[in-house]
Design a protein around this ligand. Structure first.
Ligand code: NI
Length: 156
């Protein structure tokens, strides 16, 4: 495994639409492993392939550092409710803003063995799925935030 270079806001690649994955290859397996390593190293809970410069529809998520998810070609089939919470992104380090998201989502995707799976998610996992699926369309959370980005602050 190896760390990949994270792309930051302002890099054109973050604004491009990603291509579907047609088959699993050794190269893609290595990419997925590297994405997990890069995400954990940066203390993130989600990472999309374009954030490491690869325009493929691949996302890794682990919101509690106990349940890693690989989402390949994810599609949000259903969404319900609303939650508004603080969001950040490894491509916009040191910043946060409030973003409204659905409270529950049903996501269809493929796992690393290219088996179709359905993920029923709520709360933080639902938020993370929406944030990462947006990345595959070239959308950043600052585009859908309801306030300007703020610097991360530590309360006294
Ligand atoms: Ni992000």
């Amino acid at each position: 495994m190896a760390l990949r270079q994270i792309r930051y806001d302002g890099d054109d690649i973050l604004r491009k639409k990603c291509k579907e994955v047609k088959e699993m290859t050794e190269r893609t397996r290595i990419l997925i492993d590297d994405m997990f390593e890069t995400m954990y190293e940066a203390n993130g809970v989600g990472l999309a392939a374009p954030q490491v410069g690869i325009l493929k529809r691949i996302v890794v998520i682990d919101v509690d550092y106990e349940h890693p998810y690989v989402l390949i070609n994810p599609v949000i089939l259903e969404q319900e409710g609303e939650q508004t919470g603080e969001e950040g992104c490894l491509s916009l380090p040191g910043k946060v803003a409030l973003v409204p998201r659905p409270d529950r989502v049903t996501c269809q995707c493929f796992n690393e063995d290219m088996e179709q799976v359905i993920i029923e998610a709520d709360g933080l996992l639902a938020r993370a799925i929406c944030h990462e699926v947006d990345h595959l369309e070239g959308i950043l959370y600052k585009d859908v935030a309801i306030e300007p980005l703020r610097d991360v602050e530590y309360e006294e």
